[in-house]
Design a protein around this ligand. Structure first.
Ligand code: FAD
Ligand code: NAP
Length: 382
């Protein structure tokens, strides 16, 4: 008898999972909320490898959908087509199917045409991409409609100008070998205020705050594209740099290494704003330091003193030790913020190689290129 094939989950055929537990990782912190979430996989057949991400198909906040309906002058009961071209109510379509926050160019073009707003038309010219992005920063569809009140729509016409709600990826923070029936995530809620209204990221707020244990979580795996534990030589040392939610895949890595009794040295860099309220998974790292799963943890608390202290400062401070790991063939993993952290950590890597490897700027660049070619510098940044 042949084994049945494992189920295939994807955007069209997602696994419908349930939340089993959650914990605020930033208890006592007034500036950010990051959640540890555990999703039940029992009996699902969903399989993944440390380094993979979970893609979530979120729903919009019904309060935002209602505010949009009110701004448009509708009741919400109007019949429209959803993204599968089936009839549904406007309310349901706006919560479940369409992007109702960031306006798409198609919608902006229609608003500009209906109102004769030449400034908006001009921002839609192909060479004005950056100006349009600046204009839209902190502005959502409701803002644009309120600034262009003469733009009137039929419900179905309006919905046809919206984009399909897209998936969001979250690095998996657990190992199946360690916890066979669940998948953990570390999710920071995107929150800010703009034009007098409180705004929240669609998916981070949905999965952290609106999803309860009875709700469906449509999800599937997206593979980690080379963001993997050492493939062949399990003695190879690893250095993991994961400030903020960048810590997630390293929790999966360390659980897996604990389970497989990996021999190579492991060094973790973590950074957040305050040690007291934002030291994610501290107890676990302490346990791993005690049992040898981890050899070293270096932390950077950015707002516990006047000057910012970031992970790259710790890398430079520990430069000699860092260089000794690199010379032993260590793989350097970086996960988290792509815009600010990853380029700064990259600069610190070059600096350590120059300072402790006695190399020129060009030689350090060459050394890093060789690390990349040898898959010893792996990044998963967003
Ligand atoms: C491979 C990968 C792995 C990831 N892993 C994780 C993870 O482990 N944990 C995690 O939390 N996230 C992770 N992310 C990010 C995650 O996918 C989402 O992008 C994030 O949660 C935001 O999605 P959202 O739907 O909540 O926000 P959205 O609704 O998409 O809103 C975000 C948008 O809001 C706007 N915005 C944000 N701040 C401001 C501001 N101050 N002013 C004005 N506008 C603003 C920006 O346009 C921004 O693009 C990962 C991303 C990738 C690609
Ligand atoms: N905008 C969004 O939609 C959204 C939502 C969630 C995550 N993300 C992305 O994911 C990233 C991760 O967010 P997060 O909550 O996990 O944490 P984060 O914002 O990256 O913050 C984690 C730590 O990194 C510090 N940091 C800031 N700039 C840095 C730099 N140049 N080098 C090194 N460290 C730096 C932060 O310090 P300070 O804050 O004190 O400077 C904080 O101590 C975000 O930065 C963002 O790019 C985006």
């Amino acid at each position: 008898m042949t084994e049945p094939l494992p189920p295939v989950f994807n955007r069209k055929n997602p696994l419908i999972a349930k939340l089993c537990s959650k914990k605020l990782l930033t208890e006592g912190c007034e500036t950010k909320r990051t959640w540890h979430l555990e999703i039940d996989l029992l009996g699902s057949g969903l399989s993944f490898t440390p380094g993979d991400s979970l893609a979530l198909l979120a729903q919009n906040d019904p309060a935002v959908a209602n505010e949009l309906i009110e701004t448009l002058g509708f009741s919400g009961d109007e019949t429209v087509l959803n993204t599968a071209k089936e009839e549904t109510t406007l309310s349901k379509a706006l919560v479940e199917n369409y992007v109702i926050t960031t306006p798409d160019k198609k919608l902006l073009r229609s608003i500009a045409e209906k109102t004769g707003n030449t400034e908006l038309s001009s921002l839609l010219e192909p060479e004005k991409k950056k100006d349009l992005a600046d204009h839209l920063w902190g502005r959502d569809i409701i803002d644009v409609l309120r600034e262009n009140t003469e733009a009137k729509f039929e419900a179905s016409e309006f919905v046809a100008l919206l984009k399909k709600l897209n998936v969001r990826l979250y690095s998996i923070a657990s190992s199946l070998a360690y916890h066979p029936d669940k998948v953990d995530l570390t999710v920071a809620i995107v929150e800010y205020e703009s034009k007098g209204r409180k705004r929240q990221g669609v998916c981070s707020s949905w999965i952290s705050e609106r999803v309860t244990e009875d709700c469906s979580i449509p999800c599937f795996i997206t593979p980690g594209k080379g963001f993997r534990l050492p493939e062949a030589d399990e003695d190879v040392p690893i250095i993991m740099c994961g400030p903020g939610t960048g810590i997630a895949p390293f929790r999966a890595f360390l659980q897996e290494r604990k389970k497989t009794n990996a021999k190579g040295e492991a060094w973790l860099f973590f950074g957040e704003i305050h040690e007291q309220s934002c030291y994610f998974y501290k107890d676990e790292w302490e346990e791993y330091l005690a049992d040898g799963t981890l050899n070293k943890v270096s932390t950077a608390w950015s707002r516990d003193q006047d000057e910012k202290v970031y992970v790259q400062h710790k890398i430079i401070e520990e430069g000699a030790h860092f260089w000794s790991y690199l010379e032993k063939g260590a793989i350097f993993y970086v996960c988290g913020d792509a815009e600010r952290m990853a380029p700064d950590v990259d600069k610190a890597l070059h600096q350590v190689i120059m300072q402790h490897g006695g190399k020129s700027e060009e030689e350090a660049a060459e050394y890093v290129s060789e690390m990349k070619a040898g898959k010893r510098y792996r990044r998963d940044v967003y």
